[in-house]
Design a protein around this ligand. Structure first.
Ligand code: TYD
Length: 213
């Protein structure tokens, strides 16, 4: 893998299998940042933009696309998110913290399984890395259990696939061990309060540069 190891200072990413609790923890972190008066923005991929909306239709199962098409869409959505107007690069360079629910590691893990590693590796090689990456690790069974009350599940939300995603993430993350990105492993089976505390401890370390309004 030949990935660009450059880092965007002030960019933070949450990753993990479906049901690992990233969205809940993102909301909790947002509250803390607000209280601490740290300028920030909470984002997610797929984004709410036009490409992200198209991806959601494919994830729902309503639209069937070739796996390679899906990999391209995720990469195109990401490129807007990173380089587009009011994107991550622009926002972080203005001194704001940007925290994203999912980033390239999702494509490398999920599309690595649906397409094989080559295409997602190529499509994502040029994207800069976050300063801080929180990886929520959780057994796939627990993730599926947490999602059982949802009214509908997306195409990837099946136990055997989620088990493969969990393994794929381990492989993908090991490929970034030589980068300067700080990887924090979260045991996502712990209680929500202690997870929030761990996330806040780590995030506040990089916040000194973002205090004030
Ligand atoms: P997410 O928003 O976390 O799921 P939910 O709707 O349950 O909150 O993510 C949507 C799905 O998209 C999730 O199964 C992971 C998948 N995904 C990829 O396969 N590749 C990617 O590059 C990204 C960003 C997400």
């Amino acid at each position: 893998m030949h990935h660009n190891f450059s880092i965007i200072p002030g960019f933070v990413v949450f990753e993990g299998i479906d049901g690992s609790g990233t969205s809940t923890q993102l909301q909790r972190l947002a509250q803390r940042l607000l209280q601490a008066q740290i300028q920030h923005r909470i984002d997610a991929e797929p984004t709410k933009g036009p490409i992200g909306r198209l991806i959601r239709i494919a994830l729902s199962g309503e639209l069937t696309l070739h796996p390679h098409t899906v990999a391209h869409l995720f990469a195109a959505d990401r490129n807007e998110h990173v380089q587009g107007k009011a994107g991550i690069i622009e926002t972080c360079s203005q001194g704001k913290l940007v925290i994203s629910d999912r980033y390239i590691f999702s494509s490398l893990a999920y599309q690595g399984l649906t397409c094989g590693p080559e295409l997602p590796g190529l499509l994502n090689a040029a994207f800069p890395l976050p300063e801080l990456l929180f990886f929520f690790s959780l057994p796939a069974e627990t993730g599926m259990e947490r999602m059982k009350n949802r009214s509908s599940l997306e195409i990837y939300e099946k136990l055997d696939f989620q088990q493969q995603v969990a393994a794929a993430y381990e492989q993908v993350l090991s490929e970034f061990s030589a980068s300067k990105m700080r990887l924090i492993q979260i045991d996502a089976s712990r209680d929500m309060d202690s997870i929030s505390e761990q996330i806040w401890q780590e995030t506040s370390k990089i916040c000194a540069r973002f205090t004030g309004s």
